[in-house]
Design a protein around this ligand. Structure first.
Ligand code: FBP
Ligand code: MG
Ligand code: MG
Length: 323
């Protein structure tokens, strides 16, 4: 099986970017080790703090964030980082060629129940004429991403990675200590009978989403003419991994539950990197009204509605948003 660096070299990825990706993965391997130790590593449970978005921080959120931040900034090729767990962007080397955004720990509510969690990251180009401390440099659409990926801390630790030449899956070989290529060309099946959505929010969705999911639930006798199954891992990283592996549609639509927070998922840390991975595997990703990767961000902590996955199913869902 092939190691990561030679695969990246073959895809034409330059040396600085390879070493940056390897550094991110070194941090993820450390997180994977601590996650695997669970209660024994003393990393479960919450801190007394909240992040800027008012969410309680888990000990693992903080640990993963510190590991990633410190190791990425030490590479010297990164101009600044932006993290879900940092109120503000953090400046690195003013000469750095890259910007990195990350969700250090996705699926925080799963940490204490030994369920799926992961790390999501995205790499953007830095601009030479912008100050390293300027948060505005991060406000680039997802189409500008140079690379994106996630590391899933599951029964095995897996990496999904794209540098714009398809999406590849790697598995961490814990005996050798590195990621080995286990699926070269991920292809999301265009047709699916599996959906993922938090059904408990149903009454708060907009009419288009209400109508779409109602038709899925009607099953074979209904307008879709087939039975659908449902899955919900409560960690986007786990749900998107399933979509990459066997297709499906994953949705976190806008809702009216909290008028100050119509959307849950973050554009820079979750939606853009996952959209890049899914599109590179032949799937689609939209807010319902716009391709996610074409959104011009206005805030580093911005949130968006997400509908992604199997091409034909996403297209069907989007039709319900037109009327
Ligand atoms: O509480 P819900 O509605 O199940 O939300 C689950 C969603 O929240 C998230 O966990 C948010 O991520 P964080 O754990 O990074 O805050 C997504 O990964 C997931 O899809
Ligand atoms: Mg998350
Ligand atoms: Mg998180």
């Amino acid at each position: 099986m092939r190691r990561l660096a030679p695969v990246l070299r073959q895809d034409g990825v330059d040396t600085d970017l390879i070493s940056l990706i390897k550094t991110i993965l070194a941090a993820c391997k450390e997180i994977s080790f601590r996650v695997g130790q669970g209660e024994l590593a003393g990393v479960l449970g919450s801190t007394l703090d909240e992040n800027i978005q008012g969410e309680t921080q888990k000990k693992l959120d903080v640990l993963a964030n510190e590991l990633l931040k410190d190791m990425i900034l030490e590479t010297g090729v990164v101009k600044a980082i932006s993290s879900e767990e940092e109120d503000y962007t953090v400046a690195g080397n003013p000469e750095g060629r890259y910007l990195v955004t990350f969700d250090p720990l996705d699926g925080s509510s799963n940490t204490d129940i030994n369920s799926l969690i992961g790390t999501i990251f995205s790499i953007l180009p830095a601009r030479a004429d912008v100050d390293a401390a300027d948060a505005a440099q991060f406000l680039q659409p997802g189409t500008a991403q140079i690379a994106a990926g996630y590391v899933l801390y599951g029964p095995s630790t897996m990496l999904a990675l794209t540098t714009g030449k398809g999406t590849k899956l790697y598995t961490l070989d814990k005996t050798y200590g590195g990621f080995l290529l286990t699926q070269e060309e991920v292809a999301v099946p265009g047709v699916t009978a599996e959906f993922a959505i938090n059904m408990s929010n149903q009454r708060h969705w907009q009419p288009g989403m209400q109508a779409y999911v109602a038709d899925l639930l009607e099953g074979k006798p209904g307008p879709r003419g087939k039975n659908f199954n449902m899955r919900w891992i409560a960690a986007m990283v786990g749900d998107v991994h399933r979509v990459l592996c066997r297709g499906g549609i994953f949705m976190y639509p806008s809702d009216t539950k909290d008028p100050n927070k119509p959307n849950k998922l973050r554009l820079m840390y979750e939606a853009n990197p996952m959209s890049f991975l899914v599109e590179q595997a032949g799937g689609l990703s939209s807010t319902g009204y716009q391709r996610i990767m074409e959104i011009e961000p206005t805030d580093i902590h911005q949130r968006v509605a997400v509908i992604l996955g199997s091409k034909h199913e996403v297209e069907t869902c989007l039709k319900y948003h037109q009327s």
